[in-house]
Design a protein around this ligand. Structure first.
Ligand code: NAD
Length: 484
């Protein structure tokens, strides 16, 4: 349980000034577990959006010219401050997002790791020295910060997804205009506060909330902004990439997926089902890497499905502040409606509901962990990213058949295979069209591993050394030491 009941920290940060809700247009923030209004979020005006962009542009020369060692010290200090404040931050995150408190603490662990990793990596933004084409020539590639950037992040992992962009951009020497999701503002506000407290100048990290389309269109069109980074749905990603294309601005797009899990008949079906349920229902299925289609080889289908159903039914769903809770509510009513519509559509097409299949109670956005079988491949659930706690399970006969089904989507973010046979593991990793592959395990996004979705799941990398590189420009310099 928490003593927190109201988000009293909601504010924008423009050029180091915190602008609260008093006397301006606001938007209500809701607790997903109760539906109660828990805060009023100020909405940025067009003038404030422009002021944030100008501030990021003014702060850029000074921030980018600091040494990487100085930026490293500041980012490390921010990591330490976040660690010291973690209990309050975890409570804010659980209250506005709905994930269990232990998961919020886990997300903060990854925030801290990401800050530390990016701080270090900034010191390794080496260029390249080429063998000169003639005596007296020095020919090098040097890496320099790309400029002020616009970053847009969603509500499912509001803390770590914001920090993956902000830490890499700041470590590279870029300045930032950040727009998190309006559904989960409080934890991002505290992350920005910690970065400011640690020494990031106010103008180097600005924070906006408001009308998403208005903010993104102004930020993308502003000539001062040199790069756009977005995490969210394919539909919004395409829209923003199209707008950025008009201004020839580079983009990093971390978009959705529809991750297949292929369970071959040489594994223990009960152990595989235990691993699959634990990851499937994490964050109530609202994870871009979430397993969302389960294909199980015929010989073990029944045993796997029974074990999966039993575990799904046994999950503790409820108050995310209760330490026994394994799954909290969905974040917002839109996801609740989406879960209901996907299950209704699958049912109409002949699916069998083996577990769950309905909302829990009338208060909050709770939806039961749900397992469906006999789901037609053309059901909406099999075609669009579910982003909810609904798991379809189907049987397959051969590698060729299942790889064809798994790859037959416009997205390719993550895919998972369970097998003890090396030949199957190798063939699966080779043939599967996904940027993130798990064999016999599920790994959440790591600070040091780059994610780069295939097909419509994304453009460019986030995480790892490549994630820092996304905020750097490589400049070729050929310099002669001969007098002219
Ligand atoms: P949504 O499309 O209404 O909003 C998704 C997010 O995009 C929100 O945070 C919103 O503020 C932002 N957004 C919307 N329009 C924008 C614009 N023009 N400019 C900038 N930002 C904009 O849908 P939703 O119900 O919140 O989520 C539904 C879908 O979003 C899911 O099906 C899932 O595919 C996707 N999603 C993906 C991720 C991810 O990590 N890849 C995270 C959250 C949501």
């Amino acid at each position: 349980m928490t003593s927190l009941t109201y988000l009293d920290n909601l504010a924008l940060a423009v050029d180091g000034q915190w602008l609260g809700a008093a006397g301006r247009e606001t938007r209500a923030v809701h607790n997903p577990a109760t539906g109660d209004v828990i805060g009023q979020l100020p909405m940025a005006t067009p003038a404030e959006i422009d002021a944030a962009i100008d501030a990021a542009a003014r702060a850029f020369p000074q921030w980018s010219q600091r040494s990487a060692w100085n930026r490293d010290a500041i980012l490390r200090k921010a990591a330490a401050l976040i660690d010291a404040r973690r209990d309050r931050l975890a409570a804010l995150l659980t209250m506005e997002n709905g994930k269990p408190l232990a998961d919020s603490q886990g997300e903060l662990d990854r925030v801290i790791e990401t800050l530390q990793f990016c701080a270090e990596e900034g010191k390794r933004a080496y260029g390249r020295v080429m063998p000169p084409r003639a005596p007296g020539l020095s020919q090098t590639t040097i890496k320099r910060a790309i400029g002020p950037i616009g970053a847009f992040v969603p509500w499912n992992f509001p803390a770590v997804l914001a920090i993956r962009k902000v830490a890499a951009a700041l470590a590279a020497g870029c300045t930032v205009v950040l727009k998190p999701a309006e559904e989960c503002p409080a934890v991002c506000i505290e992350l920005v506060r910690a970065l400011h407290d640690a020494g990031v100048p106010g103008g180097a990290l600005n924070l906006l909330f408001g009308d998403p389309a208005q903010i993104s269109s102004r930020v993308i069109a502003a000539p001062q902004i040199r790069k756009i980074s977005f995490t969210g749905s394919v539909a919004v990603g395409k829209l923003l990439a199209e707008q950025a294309g008009r201004h020839l601005k580079p983009v990093t797009m971390e978009l959705g997926g529809h991750a297949p899990v292929i369970v071959f008949d040489d594994v223990d079906p009960v152990r595989a089902a235990a691993a699959c349920t634990a990851f499937k229902f994490r964050n109530a299925g609202q994870v871009c890497l979430s397993p969302s289609r389960f294909y199980v080889q015929e010989g073990i289908y029944e045993a796997f499905m029974q074990a999966f159903v039993e575990r799904a039914r046994g999950l503790q769903v409820g108050d995310p502040f209760d330490s026994r809770t394994q799954m909290g509510p969905l974040n917002n009513p839109r996801r609740l409606e989406a879960a209901t519509a996907l299950v209704d559509d699958a049912r109409r097409r002949g699916a069998q509901v083996r577990a769950g299949g309905a909302r829990i109670g009338e208060r909050g956005n709770f939806y039961a962990p749900t397992v469906l079988t006999e789901v037609s491949e053309d059901a909406e659930l099999m075609q669009e990213e579910p982003f909810c706690p609904v798991a379809p399970i189907a049987a397959f006969a051969s590698m060729d058949e299942v790889v064809a089904k798994a790859n037959d989507r416009s997205v390719g973010l993550a895919a998972y295979g369970f097998t003890n046979r090396l030949d199957r593991a190798n063939e699966f990793s080779e043939r599967i069209e996904a940027g993130w592959v798990g064999i016999n395990n599920f790994t959440p996004a790591l600070a040091d591993a780059a994610i780069c979705g295939m097909k419509e799941s994304g453009l460019g990398h986030e995480g790892g050394p490549e994630g820092l590189d996304a905020y750097l420009h490589s400049k070729f310099v050929s310099q002669s030491s001969r007098p002219v």
